[in-house]
Design a binder for this molecule. Structure first.
Ligand code: SAM
Length: 258
């Protein structure tokens, strides 16, 4: 039974970290005139509202993108993608990772997006631009293994589980090894929460030991509510595109000021 709904968290500081780095990675990869394969294992509904009841209930967007939008000048790929989505859906619209990617990819790139929750799948299909996108209602990790290596080989996979099932932390290092063996040129971008309990730490250690050349980037921020367990955000990127590490360092400095 899935209970996680990203609408309550869209635009929070973890989204800012993940979406800014995803946008920079895609911006770099789309500079070459060659097609890309783009995947998401846990896509969500794609389009959120920063003025909706869910955002108001948690206040996470107010402490997130609405507070730190100035970190990203208008020509930053994260701002460009947000502007494209705002132009199509209104100023309070916020793109989830699928709409962010759709705004930055080209018509000759392919997108394959997995999502399990039926309502999220329906909303995602509705929100996506009419172009070549495959939305599959499948387990994301199974989709990742069954569709790699893709054609074309150049590409990026965002792995963004909700970690509702605590065994996700144990399964992911093995999944990343398998995926990298199958698709050794693929950019594999994993997001994970940094928790006050440290539940993610063993997974992050194991990934760093297996992939010493990967980009491992964590930022810390004040919890959304007193006692809220998430105190930071982690991204682990195998085959990081050029420029990603510089943007990560810039974000480290910005998050440290919060
Ligand atoms: N990537 C999205 C973004 O940045 O906008 C947010 C995704 S949200 C953190 C995680 C999503 O995974 C939820 O929409 C949830 O319904 C979905 N989900 C949970 N278990 C799943 C599974 N086994 N396979 C695919 N999707 C799953």
């Amino acid at each position: 039974m899935l209970s996680y709904q990203h609408a309550y968290h869209a635009g929070n500081l973890a989204d800012v970290h993940k979406h800014a780095l995803l946008a920079v990675a895609l911006d770099h990869m789309t500079r070459k005139d060659k097609p890309l394969s783009y995947f998401e294992t846990h896509a969500g509904r794609g389009l959120y509202r920063l003025d909706g009841p869910e955002a108001a209930k948690t206040g996470e967007a107010a402490q997130g993108i609405l507070r730190v939008a100035g970190w990203f000048p208008a020509d930053h790929p994260y701002s460009r993608a947000r502007a494209a989505v705002a132009a199509a859906h209104g100023p309070a619209a916020y793109p989830g990772s699928p709409l962010l990617a759709a705004a930055l990819l080209r018509p000759f790139d392919t997108m394959t997006l997995a999502e399990l929750h039926p309502a999220e799948v329906a909303a995602l299909r509705e929100a996506l631009p009419k172009r070549y996108v495959q939305v599959v209602q499948e387990d994301g990790l199974a989709m990742a293994l069954s569709r790699t290596p893709p054609e074309p080989r150049r590409g990026l996979m965002l792995i963004d589980p909700s970690y509702e099932v605590k065994t996700d932390y144990d399964r992911i290092p093995d999944l990343m090894q398998k995926l990298h063996r199958k698709w050794n040129v693929g950019v594999l971008m994993l997001w994970y929460p940094v928790l006050a309990t440290g539940l993610q730490a063993a997974m992050a250690r194991s990934l760093r030991a297996s992939f010493p050349d990967a980009l491992s980037h964590e930022v810390r921020f004040p919890p959304a509510r007193p006692g809220h367990g998430m105190t930071g955000s982690g991204l682990f990127v195998i085959n990081p595109p050029f420029g990603l590490s510089d943007e990560a360092q810039r974000l480290t400095r910005l998050f440290a000021r919060l």
